[in-house]
Design a protein around this ligand. Structure first.
Ligand code: PHE
Length: 455
């Protein structure tokens, strides 16, 4: 038995009130319908539900969770709450293209409805504001000899990518756990919604770019809470250096080389790189990112570097920023794997890459307490970011006075003997189901209890 905990904290009002008013107001009397959203209307169920409940839940679960049939979602969803169905029996339609369904398809209509919203391109949206601040910083800090910005900025690449782009092109092995169906949104075996903006690194390098920023929406099947949402936004940065670009400012740089044949991979470097090349690239990367966060957070910001691992960079680091006494991870980065650059036609260059989470930065910079708020269309939220100068400080003011609500849900999983039994049930399936029905009203879902009937 699994119970759901639903709570709406007082901070998340914009979404709460706007959806509340649009969806749950009695259209005839204009009253709020307490049975849909009242203070814990469902009593905490006893451990053993009534037999009819058991039958009902058993009947519904396989359709939702196992066949992924989205047609059935519509039956349970509040009218006006469901996006236009774009998921057919045979195919899934996204951004005007049709993708045949197969056994990997796990995209939900709710998630598809987010594709194309492009919050990062919506003028004066807080995510747009952060993107523009980062763009402005790079434009003014890195200028070529001809007076143009060194970094080009790309924010319109489709989030529908091939599995090859999202994983293979980044040297992520075929059996790597990050490919799990449980963690990603697949349109089918070959196509998915990008799980990170790194999915475009190779194609942009192949197109000849040496320095670029790339912003976009990314999709991961995730738990439900105030800081996790299955759609969020990332900004990727890549910079490549030729031998001349890296060493020209160094004393006797003409004697140094990027590559060494027969070298060894160590914790500090890749086999093909010289230590001096890697140290300079690493220094440039850390210096660039430290300047960026100083620009965003102010000169008092405390930063620390943590060693980590990504299949497409080595060495790899995470940057953490001290915020309200805690260290908060804001980005991953590293020296790009040479194999990736070689396959993208940049075999005479070395480079660094980083990927940062825009919501993370925005939540801290603007004191936004809940990630769902970014999807709010409530004017009272949006107008707070309509500043004439992108650098003007903004502090988000919560709008609602409603306290959080908790709801318990319990249900039976099918028998273990059933082919579609609990062994095929993943908690992520339930999170997606909750999102499909409850939408942005749901802040957090946690498993509070499990019970197996002894019979
Ligand atoms: N793509 C990584 C992530 O989403 C971040 C990253 C980008 C790491 C670029 C290294 C280089 O976690």
């Amino acid at each position: 038995k699994i119970k759901e905990h639903r709570s709406i904290p007082p901070e998340c009002k914009p979404v709460e009130e706007s959806i509340w008013n649009q969806q749950f107001r009695d259209p005839v009397h204009g009253l709020l319908l307490p049975s849909l959203y009242g203070p814990v209307m469902t009593p905490r169920p006893s451990l053993l539900p009534f037999p009819q409940t058991q039958t009902l839940i058993r009947g519904l679960l396989p359709k939702f969770l196992l066949n992924g049939s989205l047609a059935s979602h519509r039956r349970l969803t509040t009218v006006g709450h469901t996006p236009q169905p774009v998921i057919g029996q045979e195919s899934v339609e996204v951004l005007g293209h049709s993708y045949p369904r197969d056994d990997f398809t796990n995209i939900t209509a709710k998630i598809l409805a987010k594709v194309g919203r492009n919050l990062h391109n919506q003028h004066h949206h807080p995510l747009w504001l952060i993107k523009e601040r980062i763009r402005a910083h790079f434009y003014s800090s890195f200028i070529t000899r001809s007076g143009n910005p060194l970094f080009s900025v790309h924010d319109n690449l489709s989030p529908v990518v091939s599995v090859e782009q999202n994983f293979d092109s980044l040297l992520i092995p075929p059996d790597h756990p990050s490919r799990n169906r449980g963690d990603n949104y697949y349109l089918n075996r070959n196509t998915m919604l990008r799980a990170h903006t790194s999915a475009h690194q190779t194609e942009l390098v192949r197109s000849g770019l040496d320095a670029f920023l790339l912003a976009g929406d990314v999709y991961r099947r995730d738990e439900v809470d105030a800081s996790h949402y299955p759609v969020f936004h990332q900004m990727e940065g890549v910079r490549l250096f030729s031998n001349h670009e890296l060493f020209s400012k160094v004393q006797r740089g003409e004697e140094l080389a990027l590559f060494e044949p027969g070298g060894r991979r160590t914790p500090q470097k890749q086999e093909t790189h010289t230590l001096e090349a890697v140290k300079l690239v690493e220094f440039d990367l850390k210096h660039t990112l430290t300047r960026l966060v100083t620009h965003l957070f102010g000169s008092g910001v405390e930063v620390r570097w943590v060693d980590c691992y990504f299949p497409f960079t080595h060495p790899s680091f995470e940057m953490e920023v001290r915020f309200q006494g805690d260290w908060m991870e804001v980005l991953g980065c590293g020296v790009m794997e040479q194999k990736l650059l070689n396959s993208a036609g940049a075999d005479n260059k070395v480079g660094w890459a980083f990927g940062l989470g825009l919501e993370r930065l925005a939540m801290v910079l603007f004191s936004i307490p809940d990630i769902r708020v970014f999807w709010s269309q409530d004017e009272r939220f949006l107008e707070q970011f309509r500043v004439s100068d992108i650098h003007q400080p903004v502090c988000f003011q919560p709008l609602s006075k409603y306290p959080p609500l908790h709801n318990d849900i319990s249900f039976w999983l099918p028998d273990a003997s059933d082919r579609s039994g609990p062994q095929n049930f993943s908690e992520k399936d339930f999170y997606d189901l909750v999102r499909s029905v409850g939408g942005d009203l749901v802040e957090k879902v946690t498993l509070v209890d499990q019970f197996t009937h002894p019979k």
